[in-house]
Design a protein. Structure first.
Length: 33
């Protein structure tokens, strides 16, 4: 993971982004295999 210099993004948006990424990876991975 690369470190990005951002003006402190809200944790809520970060969690939302990570959550959707994990969800897509989990469901997408199961669906494609």
């Amino acid at each position: 993971m690369s470190r990005h210099t951002l003006p402190k993004p809200s944790r809520r948006s970060v969690i939302k982004m990570l959550g959707s990424a994990v969800t897509v990876a989990a469901f997408g991975g199961e669906a494609s295999e």
